[in-house]
Design a binder for this molecule. Sequence first.
Ligand code: NAG
Length: 208
Amino acid sequence: MMFFQIFFALSFLFSFSNASDFCVGDLNAPQGPAGYSCKKADAVSVKDFVFSGLRAAGNTSNLLKVALTPAFSTQFPGVNGLDISLVRVDYAVGGRATMHTHPEAAEILVVIQGTLYAGFISTTNKVYTKTLEEGDVMTFPKGLMHFQINVGKSGALAFAFYSSASPGVYLMDNAWFANDMPTDILQETTFLDPDQIKKLKGLLGGTG
Ligand SMILES: *[C@@H]1O[C@H](CO)[C@@H](O)[C@H](O)[C@H]1NC(C)=O
């Protein structure tokens, strides 16, 4: 009798602690501000904690000559609830990550191969830039606009790590020129020349 009581108490404790050790994202449930709901603990296996999607280089045949391969909670539900995630960044010669922010996360970038010129701009409009060589690491504080450019003579590879499982990516050029915001409103709100706005809308798929 005592044995069964202890057994049930222990198995209750075990399942309870198991449930609170992690919160593998249930991708079939909606994503809220705190992330995905937890997958039922007995449905979780080691596969949920391993992601092989960063093995291969991404396709850099695009305007930016860059490939971003994310391992955020949507691609890698094992990071859900852990306040961490990462992205693989492949840069072709002359490739660049244009000015962008991650509203939900600080970033730390490590250069594995090649030479990057990287920087960010503070909310007091101070500019912090540096040429990064292999093995160098740079932080980009949460929410600040930042960029990297491959200034080397060959392809470059970096991994960026985030303090959120869902850092968000807010690309400045796309926010301004890849939608139907009317050109005259953009002109009024940015002081840019209408011809320049139309040129960039053409390049990035915007209208209006
Ligand atoms: C890379 O992307 C380009 C443009 O979308 C496409 O034409 C090309 O086939 C892709 N290359 C590979 C290896 O997938």
